[in-house]
Design a protein around this ligand. Sequence first.
Ligand code: SF4
Length: 695
Amino acid sequence: MKTICTTCPYCGVGCGVLANVDDAGTVKIKGHPTHPANLGRLCSKGSALGETFDPEGRLLAPQIGTRSAGWDEALDLVADRFSQTIAEHGPDSVAFYVSGQLLTEDYYVANKLMKGYIGSANIDTNSRLCMASTVAGHKRAFGTDTVPGVYEDLEEADLIVLVGSNLAWCHPVLYQRIVAAKKARPQMKVVNIDPRRTATCDIADLHLPLAPGSDVALFNRLLSEIHQQGCVDSAFVGAHVEGFEDALNAASGEDASATGLNHHDLTTFLNWWIGTEKTVTVFSQGVNQSQQGTDKVNAILNCHLATGRIGKPGCGPFSVTGQPNAMGGREVGGLANMLACHLDIENETHRDVVQGFWKSPTMPEQAGLKAVDLFEAVGRGEIKALWIMCTNPVVSLPDADKVKAAIEGCDFVVVSDLSADTDTAKIADVVLPATGWGEKDGTVTNSERMISRQRAILPPAGQARHDWDIMSDVGRRMGWADAFAYSAPADIFREYAELSGLASALNRDFDISGLQSLSDAEFEALEPTRWPITANAPKGSQRMFADGQFFTPSSRGRMLAVHQNATTKAYGETLRLNTGRIRDQWHTMTRTAKSPRLSTHMAEPYLEIHPDDAKNNGIRDADLVRVQSAEGEAVLRALITDRVQKGVPFAPIHWTSEYASDGRISTVVPSVTDPVSGQPDSKAARVTVSPMSPA
Ligand code: SF4
C-alpha cells in the first residue's frame, strides 16, 4: 500500500486528496487532512474518484482514422500537416482548443508552441465558457486578472452574498466550509441571489429570486443606496479609486424594477449589505455566462471598491472558478487574448519580454479567436488544422450541432484525450491517447490562487503520454528542438516561474519567481502555496490589495459605469432556458459516469419546469419532453417543480450522445456572447417545449 498526495480534478475549489493504492492497483480516496482548501473534506464527486479508474473505453494507442498507429507515425503526421498548412495558408490557419482540465505545465507548452513558435494567437480554452467574464471584469477594475480574496474570508465574513452560484452542488466543499462557519458564528448571514431555488438556499437567510439577467440592475441599485445612506468610504475612494462619479451616475439612473424583486426582500438585502462591513460577494456562472457577464462582474466590484471592502479579512468580491485549473490556464496565458504570466498580447513591451525570454522566432501582435469565433472560423474553412486537447466541444459549446458540422468539415482535426469515444474524438482524423487524472504530474491553481501538485497514482494506461510531452514532441518535429527539450514537468515549471519574475516587473501582479530554482526533489515535494511567491514571500501570500494599491497605471482601482441591458425582458410565449451543473456529474461525464454511485443522483437528462408552464404545454411529470430552439432540439425528462420560475426552465449540461442520444442540451443554446469577454450566454436560450406523447 502506498499513499499519494494529490489534488481533485474536478472543480476550482482544488481540494487536496490522499490516494491509497494497493498492489492490485485499487485506489481508495480520502480528503487530505492538512490541505488548506478542504482540511480533509471531500464532496460526493471527489470521494468517488477511486471508482473512476475503470480502463474500459480508454484509448491505449494513437489512432489514425479507425486504425491503431505508432506514436512516431501519428506525431509525424500531426507535425507534417500543421507545418504544411502553416506554409500554405499562414499561421492563423491553424488553432488549438484546450481545457481547464490541463495542468499548468501542459497549458504553458501549448501557449509557447502556438504563440511563440507557430506565431498565431489562435489558442483558446473551454475556460472561455466558465470565467472569461470575470477575467475581463478583473482587468477593467484592477488592471490585471487578480483574485483578491482567500477562502478564509468566507469563514470570517459576517455576510456572504452568493450571486449566480449554486455552491452546494458546484463547489460543495466551500459550501461545507460556510455551513461550518455559520454554525460556529450564528451572526453570519447568507443571501442567495439566483432565479432558481437551489440546494444552496438551505443555508440562506434570504433568497432573492431575481429576474434572470438582472444582476446589473440589482448591484447598481446597491451602489446608489450605498451613496444615499452615506456609506461610501470616502477616504478609500479618494486615495485608491477612480471612476466613482461616472459609475454612481450610471447606477443612480437604474430602474431596480428590472430585478422583479419585492420591496421587502430588496430592502432587506440592501440594508444587510450596507450595514455589514465584513461582506464577501461570491459569484460564478450565473454572472459569467451572460451576454452582459463582464458588466455584471464590474457592477459587483464597483460596490466593493466604493466601500473599501476589498483586501481586508472577511471582505471582498470573490469569483469561484468552475474547473480545476481555470486559474492556472489564465496564469500561463491560456486565453486567445493573453500572454503568459498575465501579460497582454497587444502590448508591445509585454510581447518583447516574452519573445526575448523564449528566444522565439515570432509572436502574434493581436488577440486570436475566442472559442465561439474560433469554431465559426473552422466552419468557414479559415481554420484548416485544429488540435483539441482534453475537452469535448461537440457537447459543451453552444449551438453544438453547428460546432460538430464545423469539425467534420475541417481538413485536419487532432484530438488528444482519454478516449476515442467522445462525441468530438469520434469525428477526428487523429486521436492521441493522453494521460488522465491519477496518471498526470504537475500543478494546478485553485480559485484562491493556491498552487497545488497533482501527482501520478498509477502508471499511464497503455501507450498514453502526458499532454506537455505530446506537444513538445510535435514542437521538436516541427523544427524547434531546443525550445521544447523538456524532460519533466519540473523543467517547464522552473522556466515558467522564471518568466513570471520578468512579467511582474511589468504588471506587478502574477509572480512565482520564488520557485524558479526548485530542484526536482523540491518540485516533487512542493506544498500547496498561494501566489505571489517571491524571494521576499517564499511561503506565498495572503489576500491581494491590502495596501489599496491596484495594478492599473494610476495604481487606483477602477469603477466602471455600467447599465442594465434589455436581456431581462420576458420572452412572451416562448421560454427562457437556464442551463447548469448538477451535484454528481462533471462536465461531459467522461470520468464521473464511470461511478455507478454518482449516476444514481440524477440518472438521465431532465428539464425542471414550472407547474404553470407544464400545464400550458400539456406536460405531465416524468413525460419525455422535446425542447426546441432555432438552433436545435433535445429530449429530456420533465421534472415539474416550483423551484424554477414561471417561464424559466432549467436543464443540466452533462449528458453526451454516448449516454442519452438526444440529451445534449447545448444543441439548443445559441452562440450569443458577451462583447467584452467573448463568453457565451448559456442561460438565455429561447425555447419551446412539447410532450413527446401528447396526453
Ligand atoms: Fe473535488 Fe470540488 Fe468536490 Fe473539492 S469540492 S472534492 S475540488 S469536486
